[in-house]
Design a protein around this ligand. Structure first.
Ligand code: FES
Length: 147
């Protein structure tokens, strides 16, 4: 008789634990995304989230590109061979992967699904539906400014 009571108590404790775990998982799954959505974004030190951003021209040699964060967005600055400087949002317009500069082809390649963009952000191949959005850039003296 006593073993039956122990089994019932164990079963009851297991059911109680299961219900609490299920409720915690449910409410955590519902409220955590809402909390994250409503909480303000913290800018990390050095995230360069400010309105203006500058970088020395020497940091982006001719024919190369540099990935920076501007207004807390991935931004790629390209120094073309004709001494022209271009800045583009580096998030692929397909599903948002960060594009990478390919020195050999002079193009931007998306590592996720193979989209290819030219140095002005125009789609040349792959599933990307739109060009990479341009960002205003100017060169003053030896500095590149994004604004
Ligand atoms: S995210 Fe770039 S091609 Fe899919």
């Amino acid at each position: 008789m006593e073993t039956v009571d122990n089994k019932q108590v164990e079963r009851r404790a297991f059911l109680d634990f299961s219900v609490v775990a299920l409720l915690a998982t449910f409410f955590g799954g519902v409220f955590y995304p809402i909390f994250r959505f409503l909480s303000p974004i913290k800018t990390r030190p050095g995230s360069m989230g400010e309105e203006k951003f500058s970088i020395p021209l020497a940091d982006v040699p001719e024919g190369s590109a540099k990935l920076v964060r501007y207004k807390d967005l991935p931004t790629i600055i390209i120094h073309t061979e004709g001494l022209e400087v271009v800045a583009l949002n580096a998030a692929c317009t397909h599903l948002g992967c960060i594009v990478k500069w390919d020195d050999e082809t002079g193009r931007l390649l998306c590592p996720c699904h193979g989209a290819v963009f030219d140095k002005f952000g125009q789609v040349k191949d792959g599933p990307a539906p739109k060009p990479l959005p341009p960002i205003d850039v100017k060169v003053e003296g030896n500095m590149i400014w994004l604004a």
